[in-house]
Design a protein around this ligand. Structure first.
Ligand code: PMP
Ligand code: GLN
Length: 385
């Protein structure tokens, strides 16, 4: 029996699965794949149980439970000043992964080009290829991981349809500024490009900074799909509930695809999140301080190590430069850390089309303080390898 032809010949298993499996096999502390080792708020898990037993278990509306969409629109109004219509401009999806995939299928037809900024979260490139498109990888600047707008502009061709941005940025922890949005607006307005903005870490921006999401920009948001995920915000990565906010015409096109990818999303979880958003709006406001404390604890615990860490501006990831410890390639070094030191990390070269000569690994700090202390103690023992 011949194998089916593959549309993704160069794609293996994602680095997150590879590293988590390695961590498990070697009993290493898992600071690789991004998920908390603590639970969502107990009120939220209680609500999920209640909605399930009260019978909220059948298909909800294709675009998502209206009460949840209403809460999302409220939040956007309060935080970003935009005023999306929950009926026609917000769609609940089964994880941000689904929203990203659907937005890309919505914009890209065969032969179209989509610009992604490297290092890029690993879901973008395959989704572009599956749509028959051509991913055009443009590296961000080093060592601060900012978009190189000049280079981005020079990469645009008559076939370019879409630019994908991610703020706060996974894996680097950098964020877009208001000036970046202004630049992105000019570039995309002149050329009629769509923008897909992955903002799943919108509530994790540190040191008093603001989240410059695309919904804060009056002009940009008219041609943008903005994606966020409750998995991050509520410490529930396995719940896979997220959303896409986009103007009415883009949302119509988005839903045409969404209805045939998942149709809709787990019902009781949507109800539980809707009620929790209404009753506990402080959760999002408290998140930056909650995670900044963890970031700072990790930085402090790592200060006496030979790793060099520049504080992450957002996300729950922290890059660490291991150049003073080893000249191994980062994939090899991440494997060494996992199997020999007992702490799993993510190499960042895997997020590049053409990896630079750099020595960074990514640690995830959405962990109990004791986990972070224990991991840092192991990492401090490293001298030169
Ligand atoms: N985008 C980025 C940048 C992420 O880090 C993740 C993490 N999981 C996702 C999208 C996917 O989110 P979800 O789990 O809601 O599919
Ligand atoms: N987004 C998570 C991370 O960056 C992992 C998501 C996944 O495992 N697919 O670690």
């Amino acid at each position: 029996m011949p194998l089916p032809p593959t549309k993704l010949p160069d794609v293996g298993t994602t680095i997150f699965t590879v590293m988590s499996k390695m961590a498990q096999e070697h009993g290493a502390i898992n600071l690789s794949q991004g998920f908390p080792d603590f639970n969502p708020p107990s009120r939220l898990t209680d609500l999920l149980g209640q909605y399930t037993t009260r019978g909220y278990n059948q298909y909800p509306s294709m675009a998502g439970v209206p009460e949840l969409r209403e809460q999302i629109a409220n939040k956007i109004r309060l935080l970003y000043g935009a005023d999306p219509d929950p009926e026609t401009e917000i769609t609940v999806t089964s994880g941000a992964t689904e929203a990203l995939f659907v937005a890309i299928q919505t914009c890209i037809t065969p032969g179209d080009e989509a610009i992604v900024l490297d290092p890029a979260y690993d879901a973008y490139d395959p989704a572009i290829r599956l749509a028959g498109g051509i991913p055009v990888h443009v590296p961000m600047t080093l060592p601060d991981f900012r978009p190189d707008w000049g280079r981005i502009e020079r990469s645009i061709t008559p076939r370019t349809r879409l630019i994908i941005v991610n703020t706060p940025h996974n894996p680097c922890g950098s964020t877009l500024s208001a000036e970046d949005l202004a630049r992105l607006d000019i570039i995309t307005l002149e050329r009629n490009l769509f923008v897909l903005s992955d903002e799943v870490y919108e509530h994790m921006v540190y040191d008093g900074g603001s989240h410059h999401g695309l919904l804060t920009h009056d002009s940009l948001r008219r041609r943008s799909f903005v994606v966020s995920s409750f998995g991050k915000t509520y410490h529930a990565t396995g719940w896979k509930v997220a959303y896409c906010a986009a103007p009415i015409a883009l949302t119509e096109a988005f839903r045409k695809v969404h209805q045939f990818v998942t149709f809709t999303t787990h019902t009781p979880t949507q109800w539980a999140i809707a009620e929790f958003m209404q009753s506990d709006p402080q959760h999002c406001r408290e998140l930056p301080a909650f995670y900044q404390k963890k970031r700072d604890l990790f930085l402090e615990e790592m200060a006496a190590s030979r790793f060099r860490l520049t504080p992450s501006a957002g996300t729950y990831f922290q890059l660490a430069d291991y150049g003073e410890i080893s000249s191994m390639p980062d994939t090899e070094f991440a494997r060494y850390l996992t199997t020999e030191v007992g702490v799993a990390a993510i190499p960042i070269s895997v997020f590049y089309e053409t990896p630079p000569k750099a020595t960074f690994v990514r640690f995830c700090f959405c962990k109990e303080d004791a986990t972070l202390r224990e991991a840092a103690a192991k990492l401090r023992t490293l001298d030169r390898v």
